[in-house]
Write a protein that binds this ligand. Structure first.
Ligand SMILES: *Cc1c(COP(=O)(O)O)cnc(C)c1O
Length: 393
């Protein structure tokens, strides 16, 4: 089928909730995708930070195929080994010494973290100490609760009433955080590099100060690593580069390498807060997605692999800056989570031109061309993308 035919049928049967790029993708290999008409693209999006091993990865395919032939799903009423192995790897590699709950998406992982924080406080201090402070410009998901956790007013519309108990502090402003985090606050939740909000890494000093404030007031520090986690920023978790010890880390996007899986990882201090009957999900941690997550963690959790992510991130960033284009004001981010800062409002036009010329990119904020390539992207593929960027910028 052609793109036009597919688009026509899509508009008939699929809810119109996405402003999609005018491309229907068909298959991929490495960091390269082909659309239904056979046009080739270098992919600097990896399914919004999901396909960390790129496309058609042999080991990932083998693990999923093997598990599909054995057992795909049984519900959480039974014990299954793949889930235990993923949890073990996450706990050991993060050095948090806690435990993991499996969800199916980033928003659900954050919902789980929010429930955990509120119950932690309820168990210890009783009702009412339920406020959670997040940051302005943050993004935490699309459920009614995580929309409210998201610190951008444009997300707080239509779906009233939203979940109560959220307030927003200015990023990198510890005074603002001190004002917002009062005696009724049970937790602070933040991304260390704000993704959707514009690829903005938080200042180390600020993050350390928030951690100290959380300790001082017995508030849980919830780090949303849904986008920054699983090697994206050059360490398995971004918090490891900030030198902090979070109470709860949420993750999703890259964890399954394309399979839908999310997780809430709690440090030892709060690993036993959620008890039977207080939280559950039918699909969470099901064997087929955990087979994928195990493969991803074996590969991405390796020190040499992570060093390559940092190197490739630097190479791409320096390559973009070396274009010397007056249209590019800055390149920021960490590892292979990068944002090209262009003129306010010009990001979409640049993205469209790159995509037309065969380089898939994302946008963020109001002036960012956002890059989240597969972590396995090669130098040659990066060079090809840079050559197109040279033309466009
Ligand atoms: C994508 C994202 C989410 C939401 O994840 P979904 O899987 O789309 O629910 C939450 N937080 C951050 C930081 C994200 O980037």
């Amino acid at each position: 089928m052609t793109y036009e035919q597919l688009k026509n049928e899509e508009s008939k049967y699929v809810m119109n909730t996405y402003g999609r790029f005018p491309i229907a993708l068909d298959h991929g290999e490495g960091a390269v995708l082909w659309d239904v008409e056979g046009k080739r693209y270098i992919d600097l999006t990896s399914g919004i930070g999901v396909n960390c091993l790129g496309y058609k990865h042999d080991k990932l395919i083998a693990a999923i195929t093997e598990q599909a032939g054995r057992l795909m799903h049984v519900s959480n009423l039974f014990t299954t080994e793949p889930m235990i192995r993923v949890a073990q790897k996450l706990v050991e590699k993060s050095h948090l010494g806690g435990k993991v709950f499996f969800a199916n998406s980033g928003a659900e992982a954050n919902e789980g973290a929010i429930k955990l924080a509120r119950k932690y406080s309820f168990d210890k201090y009783g009702e009412g100490r339920c406020k959670i402070v997040t940051l302005r410009n943050s993004f935490h998901g699309r459920t009614v609760t995580t929309l409210k956790a998201t610190g951008q007013d444009r997300f707080h519309n239509y779906f009233f009433p939203f979940t109560e108990g959220f307030d927003y502090a200015e990023a990198n402003d510890i005074r603002s955080m001190r004002t917002k985090a009062d005696d009724m606050t049970c937790a602070v939740m933040m991304e260390l590099v704000q993704g959707e909000g514009g690829v903005l890494p938080l200042d180390k000093e600020f993050v350390k100060a928030v951690e100290a404030l959380c300790r001082e007031k017995d508030m849980l520090l919830l780090i949303d690593e849904v986008q920054t986690g699983i090697g994206r920023t050059g360490s398995l978790f971004c918090f490891q580069q900030y030198g902090i010890t979070p109470d709860v880390v949420t993750m999703a996007k890259g964890l399954g390498g394309g399979m839908p899986v999310g997780a809430v990882m709690a440090a030892a201090s709060c690993a036993n807060v959620l008890t039977p009957g207080t939280h559950a999900t039918t699909f969470g941690g099901t064997p087929i997605v955990c087979a994928a997550a195990n493969t991803v963690l074996d590969i991405v959790g390796d020190g040499q692999f992570l060093a390559q992510v940092r190197e490739k991130g630097e190479y791409l960033k320096n390559g973009i800056l070396a274009l010397g284009s007056p249209a590019i004001h800055d390149v920021r981010g960490m590892g292979l989570m990068l944002g090209i800062v262009v003129d306010e409002g010009k990001h979409t036009a640049f993205a469209n031109r790159l995509i037309e010329r065969g380089v898939l990119v994302l946008t963020a904020g109001s002036s960012i061309v956002r890059l989240l390539p597969p972590l396995t992207i090669t130098r040659e593929e990066l060079d090809e993308a840079l050559a197109v960027m040279r033309e466009v910028f």
